[in-house]
Ligand binder design. Structure first.
Ligand code: TRP
Length: 447
């Protein structure tokens, strides 16, 4: 039955795709605004701790489940635990992926719009009202952001349509290195700005007093999950296309390190500029779309840099959105015997519709705030990242820790003989579930 299933051309292909999934808007757009809203340095420490102690071990757990089961997120649980309720978590994953891609694609559309405006030269010089107001005008309008959201979804669908090897592997090979190089150059420039040190202090010098706020912990955990693409079965699905002879531990550590590098370097680009240009670090989701153009307008050949940067950012977003779309697509292909084409198109349309809410929530529907003060997009993000992802990750950890026996768990993860294996098992079985639960209850105000 599995003989016709697709697979990666090589282990490198898998790693590039998984890195492509992990590295995206989450590292640049989401990381910088969440760090900015949560006090900077202390948040960074919690975030790094979440990545190392929980994120990377769970990444290994998630990939292991998928590779062992060779199925999508629902199918993996069903295969490994027939007639047990674990597969319900798979549905949570499918739903979570739809929800995330719904707003992710809208933000990616903004990035494409910026790319376009640099390409045509429009953004080479500061617009009359400033980049902030120009951005506000664009995002609060109705038709234009929806158009870019649609274009981005078409692009994502087109790549998923062409299948695993050709579509997804190739797109990652070129633009990730390009993005890395650009970010390093930009970081150098940012550090040369007047006031850069204030930004560096904000990012690297913890103000421990923010730790008294329970929401900081869930924000750090949610960001770690979001950035590593954990908890909805993206990594499980990608792992399912990987042959058994490829070793997992090194690959997952590599993915985690790469992802963290992109987040930290983005912080070094953004925060010095935030302080140099007098922008509030807690400006929220609009942060990079205002700071970056300000940076570009001040550097030599900034327009060209703008073109390259927003092209790379858009493509980094595509390789992430492709991975999100793959979760429901793989599920539908197996469950209903749909073709890849049909599954990708139908799911893509559903996601487009979800994104309409997120987009209009910036303008016409901004009065509608489903959760507290949060508009539609921020509410979708909040529910997905701070609730769905941690729960999804919790269930994966418990599945490995409590449903598998220790030997099977270590074998699935290629960790049979090492002390590392023991510690990984302890983390996945006890530590991660307890910490996730504590952070969760803490955020809910129960503790
Ligand atoms: N990790 C990606 C980013 O940082 C976004 C992403 C892709 C994602 N797949 C995911 C987030 C799965 C959560 C779950 O941009």
């Amino acid at each position: 039955m599995n003989s016709t299933r697709e697979s990666w051309a090589s282990k490198l292909g898998f790693m590039l795709a998984a890195m492509g999934s992990a590295v995206g808007l989450g590292n640049i757009w989401r990381f910088s605004y969440v760090a900015g809203e949560n006090g900077g340095g202390a948040f960074l420490i919690l975030y790094l701790a979440s990545i190392v102690i929980i994120g990377i071990p769970l990444l290994l757990a998630e990939v292991s489940i998928g590779r062992k089961a060779k199925s999508d997120v629902v199918g993996s649980y069903r295969t490994l635990a027939p007639r047990k309720p674990w597969y319900l978590a798979g549905f949570l994953g499918v739903f979570g992926a739809l929800l995330i891609l719904g707003f992710y694609s809208v933000v990616a559309g903004w990035s494409m719009y910026y790319f376009w405006n640099y390409l045509t030269g429009q953004f080479f010089t500061v617009p009359e009202q400033g980049y902030g107001a120009a951005f506000e005008m664009f995002t609060s309008s109705t038709a234009q952001p929806l158009l870019w959201h649609a274009i981005f979804m078409v692009l994502t669908i087109a790549i998923v349509l062409t299948g695993i090897k050709k579509g997804i592997e190739l797109a990652n090979k070129i633009f990730m290195p390009a993005l890395a190089v650009l970010l390093i150059i930009l970081a150098g420039f940012s550090l040369s700005l007047d006031g850069a040190m204030e930004g560096m202090r904000f990012l690297f010098q913890p103000d421990w007093s923010v730790l008294s706020d329970p929401s900081v912990y869930i924000a750090a955990l949610g960001q770690a999950f979001f950035s590593l693409s954990l908890g909805v079965g993206v990594m499980m699905t990608y792992g399912s296309y990987l042959g058994d002879h490829h070793k997992l531990p090194g690959a997952t550590v590599g993915i985690g390190l790469m992802d963290t590098f992109f987040a930290v370097i983005s912080g070094v680009v953004i925060f010095p500029a935030v302080f140099a240009f007098g922008i509030e670090p807690d400006s929220g989701p609009v942060l990079v779309f205002i700071t970056l153009p300000d940076i570009f307008s001040q550097i030599p050949f900034g327009g060209i840099v703008g073109i390259l940067f927003f092209l790379s950012l858009t493509l980094a977003a595509v390789s992430s959105s492709v991975s999100l779309l793959e979760v429901p697509v793989a599920f539908l292909m197996r469950s209903f015997k749909w073709s890849r084409k049909l599954a990708a198109i139908i799911t893509g349309i559903v996601i487009f519709v979800l994104g309409i809410g997120a987009s209009l929530g910036m303008g016409a529907w901004s009065g509608f705030t489903p959760i507290g003060q949060l508009n539609i997009m921020d509410s979708m993000d909040y529910v997905a990242s701070n609730i769905f992802l941690p729960i999804g990750g919790l269930v994966m950890a418990m599945f490995i820790g409590w449903y598998f026996n220790k030997m099977d768990a270590l074998t699935a993860a290629d960790l049979q003989h090492a002390t590392v294996g023991h510690w990984w098992y302890v983390i996945v079985k006890y530590f991660a579930p307890v910490i996730i639960l504590l952070i969760f209850l803490n955020a809910l105000g129960v503790l």
